[in-house]
Write a protein that binds this ligand. Structure first.
Ligand code: NAD
Ligand code: UDP
Ligand code: UDP
Length: 326
């Protein structure tokens, strides 16, 4: 029998966006660690199903809350994830997206200031825009279109980073910033619109894999467990506040990704080329030297190892059998 952790010594952790893809995996790890976890989510892209398994636990609390509004809770740490992450979702209501990033982060920093909590912001590799430096180091300032269709997300996160540093310098708020590169894994929304979830759903349904543009653009894909380990390593680190790149440096063109998905899911799947979206970054690959040296973190799971874990989950949720039964 494990020795129960006395309530007074349990860390109280707020996870905004905790019902989403990344947030729900993070919540699982924090609960395992014996923390008191409060999730605040407006369920725009998140789902109760992702965290339902904790609802009966007295150390877990779920609050329907929009981070654009102020929030009063007493916590020791804040993981601030709330923000749609898929281009399809964040372009759906761009004004709401930028309000979420800017006002949501302002509110969480105000909260962190009042209660003396440490706050970690999940920023993004999108702050590098269509990068002119490759691979991207944290010192690179980026190449972002301020008025394009992706700007609500990119510029929103850039302002969120600025707010963190201003609250840190001016108010002494204890901040951490992670710049996350493309992440995939179980519990991604099926209709998320991101490339890995699209390809896996399409391959499982026997539909063609939709490659946008010429398919030569690159991304670097990390498995969600690696990301969560990186976020917790940064939150727990006493010296490094970031920004720190958290990503897997394995770089793939979209055609290569389609080939890997075919190999893992359905060898007979066809590839279909479609028109690309505006301002699509041409390439992206993290330089993770800082994460390795400062946090002792690096990703462990390759795309070929991680994909089957996601496929299993998608197969169940799409209720399709093994490829042979399709
Ligand atoms: P997700 O869409 O699955 O999760 C986002 C969560 O935030 C959802 O549960 C959603 O309902 C909630 N949310 C959105 N707006 C909100 C609001 N106004 N108030 C309260 N809750 C709100 O996306 P994800 O992939 O889990 O991303 C989580 C975080 O990581 C985001 O901040 C995202 O920008 C960042 N990130 C993710 C990736 C990736 O590849 N997954 C890459 C870079 C950065
Ligand atoms: N805030 C919050 N919860 C708190 C403390 C503050 O949501 O526990 C919000 C507050 O409503 C404000 C923002 O955080 O919109 C910034 O707070 P701060 O105290 O820095 O600024 P001020 O309230 O003076 O504008
Ligand atoms: N993409 C694609 N097919 C799809 C969805 C996306 O080829 O069905 C491409 C998209 O044009 C981009 C890359 O995949 O070049 C990554 O897109 P995603 O939306 O996953 O993430 P982000 O653009 O934010 O990196």
């Amino acid at each position: 029998m494990p020795v129960p952790i006395p309530k007074a010594t349990r860390l109280r952790v707020l996870v905004t966006g905790g019902a989403g893809f990344v947030g729900s995996h993070l919540v699982d790890r924090l609960m395992e660690r014996g923390n008191i976890v409060i999730v605040a989510d407006n369920f725009f892209t998140g789902r109760k199903e992702n965290i339902m398994h904790h609802l009966q636990n007295p150390f877990f609390e779920l609050i329907r809350h929009d981070v654009v509004e102020p929030m009063l809770v007493e916590v020791d740490q804040i993981y601030h994830l709330a923000c749609p992450a898929s281009p399809v979702h964040y372009k759906h209501n761009p004004v709401k997206t930028i309000k979420t990033s800017v006002m949501g982060t302002l509110n969480m920093l105000g909260l962190a200031k009042r209660v003396g909590a440490r706050m970690l912001l999940t920023s993004t590799s999108e702050v590098y825009g269509d990068p002119l430096e490759h691979p991207q180091k944290e010192s690179y300032w980026g190449n972002v279109n301020p008025i394009g269709v992706r700007s609500c997300y990119d510029e929103g996160k850039r302002v969120a980073e600025t707010l963190c540093f201003d609250y840190h310098r001016q108010e002494g708020v204890d901040i951490r910033i992670a710049r996350i590169f493309n992440t995939y894994g179980p519990r991604m929304a099926l209709e998320d619109g991101r490339v890995v979830s699209n390809f896996v759903s399409q391959a499982l349904r026997g539909e063609p894999l939709t490659v946008y543009g010429d398919g030569k653009q690159t991304r670097s894909f990390q498995y969600v467990d690696d990301l969560v380990a990186g976020l917790m390593a940064l939150m727990d680190n006493e010296n490094e506040i970031g920004p720190v790149n958290i990503g897997n440096p394995g770089e793939f063109t979209m055609i290569e990704l389609a080939e890997v998905v075919k190999e893992v899911v359905n060898k007979d799947a066809k590839i279909e080329f479609k028109e690309n979206t505006a301002d699509d970054p041409g390439r992206r690959k993290p330089d993770i030297t800082l994460a390795k040296t400062a946090l002792g973190w690096e990703p462990k799971i390759t795309l070929r190892e991680g994909l089957p874990k996601m496929v299993e989950d998608f197969r169940e949720r799409l209720q399709v059998g093994d490829k042979k039964e399709l």
